[in-house]
Design a protein around this ligand. Structure first.
Ligand SMILES: [Fe+2]
Length: 283
């Protein structure tokens, strides 16, 4: 038995250390079906309350190190316009962004979140929920398990993630707003579906779903294929989330442009591993 893991995850409710157990198999089946149909699933009260407090404290102690990015950005996380595209191309729509990260390389060695991310039990559970094997922890040293901070009036506009699979653990909810919205399976490898993406960016709500996430809940979703956003934070309390991520390619990291725009700096690894993606999707 993994002694520290049982102080973080509610293993009585979710015995992820033994995926052969019937109760966890039922949960995995439910998650898999939701992920297949809606690219997203939620596991309520996954993190124990005392562990949530530890995560909250470790983030709050380092709030001064959070990098806030306020650049206007398109859904593919670029801030530079490409005038060679037609004027109504979705890549030419730039949206307000006010969102921050405590980069993963700033986490203390004994960090609660870092520990959880490094556990095989979590990786194997997520892999089973997705029905995809193997998946890997993200090699990006800034982004792999960053804390996300959205301050009052903060906003995260429509976008796709660079990593394939994104987890979210809600740590602190804002008073109002900060709602996660998403458009399931809107693009897939080899098919950007620009027309449908454009409709959503123009305000069409037909494909849009909302997710309610409470502190301690774990959300698993296919962030690379799911257009998503977080609405404006209302009231005085910030929204804290942790975003551990998994990928199909254990080598790839963010592009230097993304690392700079979103995490505020570029490391040598971002230049060394800056090659074209094999799934044919923009990021
Ligand atoms: Fe995202």
């Amino acid at each position: 038995m993994n002694n520290r893991l049982e102080t973080i995850v509610d293993l009585k409710k979710y015995p992820i250390q033994n995926l052969d157990e019937l109760s966890i198999k039922d949960i995995i089946n439910k998650c898999k079906s939701e992920l297949d149909n809606f690219s997203c699933t939620t596991i309520p009260d996954f993190i124990l309350p005392q562990s949530l407090k530890i995560m909250n404290t470790e983030l709050e102690k380092q709030l001064d190190k959070v990098y806030m990015s306020k650049q206007n950005i398109n859904a593919y996380l670029y801030s530079k316009d490409d005038p060679s595209l037609t004027p109504n191309h979705p890549k030419r729509i730039f949206m307000d962004r006010d969102n921050g990260y405590l980069n993963s390389d700033l986490f203390k060695k004994d960090s609660e979140m870092k520990f959880l991310y490094e556990q095989e039990e979590l990786l194997n559970f997520v892999s089973a929920c997705l029905g995809i094997k193997p998946i890997y922890r993200w090699a990006d040293p800034l982004a792999c398990h960053a804390y996300n901070v959205m301050k009052p009036k903060g906003i995260l506009p429509w976008h796709f993630d660079s990593c394939e699979f994104t987890l979210s653990i809600m740590i602190q909810k804002p008073e109002k707003g900060g709602i996660f919205e998403y458009c399931p399976n809107i693009r897939k490898p080899g098919n950007e579906n620009f027309d449908e993406v454009k409709k959503v960016l123009d305000g069409n709500r037909e494909r849009v779903r909302q997710l309610k996430l409470e502190p301690g809940d774990l959300q698993i979703f296919k962030g690379r294929f799911t257009l998503h956003r977080v609405t404006k934070i209302e009231g005085n309390r910030s929204r804290y989330l942790c975003i551990p991520a998994y990928v199909l390619d254990p080598w790839r990291v963010n592009t230097p442009e993304h690392a700079k725009a979103i995490y505020g700096k570029v490391l040598p690894i971002h230049y060394e591993r800056n090659i074209k993606r094999t799934d044919g999707l923009a990021d």
